[in-house]
Design a protein around this ligand. Sequence first.
Ligand code: PLP
Length: 481
Amino acid sequence: MTVIFEKSVAGRRGARPPECDVPDRAEVASRLLRDRPAELPELSEADVVRHFTALSRKNFGVDSGFYPLGSCTMKYNPKATEQIARLAGFCELHPLLPQLPGGDVMVQGALEVLFEMNRLLCEICGMSAFTTQPLAGAHGELTGVMIMAAYHKHKKNRKTRILIPDTAHGTNPASAAIAGYQVQTLPSDETGLMNLRTLAAAMDDEVAGVMLTCPNTLGLFNPDIARICRMVHEADGLMYCDGANLNALLGVCRPGDIGFDIIHVNLHKTFATPHGGGGPGAGPVGVCERLVDYLPASVVRKNPDGSYRLDYDLAHSIGYVAPFYGNFGVILKAYAYLLMLGGEGLRRVAENAVLNANYVREKLKGHYDLPYPQPCKHECVFSASAQAAAGVRAIDIAKALIDRGFHPPTMYFPTTVPEALMIEPTETESKETLDAFIAAMIEIAELARTDPQQITGCPRTTPVGRLDETRAARKPDLASL
Ligand SMILES: *Cc1c(COP(=O)(O)O)cnc(C)c1O
């Protein structure tokens, strides 16, 4: 594979731009002028198309195959919602469009989307109000913990710590620390859950709150969750729900009803937006009634005449957490997705997510260690420790899956499971796809036993084999494929 610059031939053209209509170079200060023309590749149209088509084929994405990455739900990106996000009436809007007399007349449709999205998320999560401002899950967490801090400050509570289980996503302790709290990590018990005894031993009046993922990152639902909420509330602590992956709960139970006070959800995991490359994402935050006044400004309100306006006048707001109203295109896609599914469809998302994960768990449990064997929710976590003892580690299994046309599952997370393989089959995957993946996993487990070098030598089908990952990150060589 050569880079496009190496294919350049002086004078070759794919398209001819119209005559230049920007001011003559004589009008530009001479110190700003180039002394040589810009180095741009010169190629024909076919050269360019073939170059990028070849590159795209080296990529693996949800459009090329099964993607069982755990704790990272949304591998279903409906094409219809992409089309809706591209509608000119939405994508040609600008947040600084003039506010005409009588309200934000030119952006009424966009405000309605935000208002309705907040309303639907309240209904799905059992919360009183939502903000769509946060631009990612971690950003939502920080917003949520800032709301928690504002509440305690207002009530003059002296709070110093946030309790977080050892299975949490790394962003949880990071968000709590950035918001100024000490983080106390609570060890999970032998069933993989936060238990009441450990919590009681850690609780005191200085605990600002507990951040819990629900179901947790092992895919397990904590049957003591309501009692945990009660215990934390007794010390005027707040319950934070990391709802990044809400697939298992949709339409079945609502975190607000369980007793959670704050939640963030990842639209780019649970609600139809592509997830990858660090963005774009959206991490809306919902709160219970007594925290509504602390939400970020602005808030979209509905006027008695049915029109919408932005309200900046919030007494205890934590202020802006993002420019304007959040990642509008992402919110729009998620809104379209919710309308497409409806209440019944959402419930089926949850049922199929749980069914698919338990199917994979049952089929693979004789072949890989399953440290927490109880039924799971939307994902299941295996350990490759038996294979590792024979020299085949989780990373080798991941590379062998690539050769078999599958994206690897999440590995080495949660850190409480040695050689973790965290599998989350999306709810939209068919039984045939799951069966093919299961067959590949079983074949790999057999080979790990009988002929381990077949696995440790993978991948063999990719443009490059095993990379020195540190060197690849520090001194990337993008041209020598
Ligand atoms: C992905 C994830 C996050 C963080 O979300 P980002 O959008 O990547 O910042 C937080 N918690 C859990 C459980 C997650 O899976």
